[in-house]
Design a protein around this ligand. Sequence first.
Ligand code: UD1
Length: 391
Amino acid sequence: MQAIRVMSVVGARPNFMKIAPLVRAIEAFNARPDVGRRLLHTLVHTGQHYDADMSQTFFDALAIPRPDVELGVGSGTHAEQVGRTMIAFEAVLPAHRPDWVIVVGDVNATCACALTARKEGVKLAHIEAGLRSFDDSMPEEINRIVTDRLAHLLFTPDAMADANLAREGVDPRRVHRVGNIMIDTLEAHRASAERLDPAELAVRGRVAASMEPADAPCDGRYALLTLHRPSNVDHPDVLQALTEFFIDELAPQCPLVWSLHPRTARRLRAFGLWERVIRARRVWLLEPLGYLDMLRFNMGAAIVFTDSGGLQEECCVLGTPCVTLRSTTERPITLREHGGVSELAGNSVERIRAHYRELAGAPRRVRRPALWDGHTAERIVSVLAAEGGTA
Ligand code: UD1
């Protein structure tokens, strides 16, 4: 029986929910009696995200098998992260001789392993291809453009991504619209998340005991905030204005659940804002949330404020009104003008306030783009199996 050697790569938090369904779909494919091929899968973790609550928690919650290879590259500047990943990944390829390297998303690990695979003559597939913010000051945009330029197979989530690739002259035979693989993970865990209690999660995850359990968030009556983009958290003036809006103006109207990224925690401390945030009333400052906890908070939120691309997509399928704290998005399908649930506000407090007023109290309206149906990974595996080990 023909074996196709497939090596997939994860590096940072947003990758883990995209690889979990792929692993599951490969197992299901291999268990089918009617197929004449098997996919031999190896998982590589570059180690871009390494804290337990940015990495291992997700492996546990999503039942992702232990990586076969851990590169342990850790933090650093972009060049350090990409360079160290390329050097370490290059050393791994000869021992495993994969037919395909599969990368997901747009983080530094994605781009570094894409480049290395191609230079080593290994075929490359990219899941979540074709997304463009048209803002090349974002490191993720560079990663997307480079990865898509190099990929032999481009798995896209929607027609807008297909159109971007067509404009760039990508051969349409390489492009497969398969839907959004993150929604596979969401659908697989929706029922378990529903059983969780947001008040309990908040008390367990709080970073300071000053938050009173009696004020813990309850369904439909809190706003959920995540922030991590350099454009929002790396400049003292910007972070201070955002923080003041959320803790002084928003929280008195609507209790706030704020899941902290390590970069943001570090910046709040460096800019002298930390004490104010942890003392603020009706603000639940939480350690980075695990997958199920974040899903549960999203299900119960009155509104989400975020600069995360993945959360914008999850809000669509859950119907949560969303104010996106960015001035561009590579996921326009999530915007209200394209049938989604989100409005772009950038980091201007005036625009955030205006969109909050517009969306607060809006009913949940589930928006599910075509093929965001929980079966994306199966479609990807079918294409890979049909391609075989040579192309
Ligand atoms: C990365 C991705 C971004 C993604 C985000 C989600 C790139 C270019 N960016 O940005 O697309 O949305 O992850 O989290 O790849 N840190 C820790 N512990 C960790 C991980 C990071 O303390 O487990 C610290 C690092 O030391 C660094 C900061 O957090 O100071 C940022 O980490 P980094 O991986 O460089 O980029 P992110 O901002 O997380």
